[in-house]
Design a protein around this ligand. Structure first.
Ligand code: ZN
Length: 234
């Protein structure tokens, strides 16, 4: 059975700015769908915020093994009901991958329980160092990946202690960052991955695609409760 992935994207910047549309003519979700679907073991659906109920339904999540979420401008608009629905499914075993500025989304804050603040600077370049080559998400990934254009995200990053830190970002203008971290919430595996500022086509980079593909395979549920329960007995 294939891993069922839903790529959920707010899909705002790609429509509002010409330069960003050039990077992602089919949206960030379209780009991620395309490279994931090159793998025979993965099937992908996409959802965007302009869809009914912000693109999220109980039926969709019940049929999603791994939810990938990219957000920035409108992430505060996610309804509390949707935040609760996603949280419930993660607790029941659905994998969750939060990308780039989604760190500050209501969903990530609700799942991790901290402020998720960090230091920030526009216009930088990054060397992404793999510091846990033994981890499944790092399989086949080089020791260092150069991202020519990326926004700087720096420490201190207010997250709970991760299960594993797989990637450390080093930025040319100064600062380092825990750029790839895993967490467990209930039965659900979570991966936060920092690269992916919309002003550069970061998700077109082969090594970044490899990491997200690995993360999908890693985050798929080992055990999934049939129903997302109101009260989980683990
Ligand atoms: Zn950004």
């Amino acid at each position: 059975m294939k891993i069922r992935v839903t790529v959920w994207n707010e899909y705002v910047h790609e429509r509002e700015y010409e330069g960003i549309r050039k990077n992602y003519p089919e949206g960030i979700h379209g780009c991620i769908k395309k490279f994931l679907e090159k793998n025979g073991d993965i099937e992908v659906r996409t959802a965007t915020l302009d869809m009914p109920n912000q693109g999220i339904t109980e039926e969709l999540l019940s049929n999603t093994d791994v939810l990938i979420w990219w957000s920035h401008a409108r992430q505060d608009e996610i309804t509390d009901e949707n935040v609760e629905l996603i949280k419930k499914h993660v607790h029941a075993g659905m994998g969750f991958i939060g990308l780039h500025s989604a760190h500050f989304s209501k969903i990530m804050k609700a799942l991790l329980g901290t402020t998720m603040t960090l230091s920030w600077r526009h216009g930088d370049s990054e060397k992404l160092w793999c510091i846990a080559p033994w981890h499944p998400i790092a399989e086949g990934v080089p020791e260092c990946i150069e991202i020519p254009e990326e926004e700087m995200y720096g420490e201190p990053f207010d997250i709970p202690k991760p299960d594993d830190i797989i990637f450390l970002g080093w930025f040319k203008g100064g600062c380092t960052f825990r750029s790839g971290c895993t967490f467990t919430r209930g039965l659900g595996k979570m991966f936060y991955f920092q690269p992916g500022h919309e002003e550069a086509p970061v998700y077109e980079q082969a090594e970044i695609q490899k990491i997200i593909t690995n993360a999908v395979r890693w985050a798929k549920p080992q055990k999934r409760l049939k129903q997302a329960p109101d009260n989980i007995a683990l």
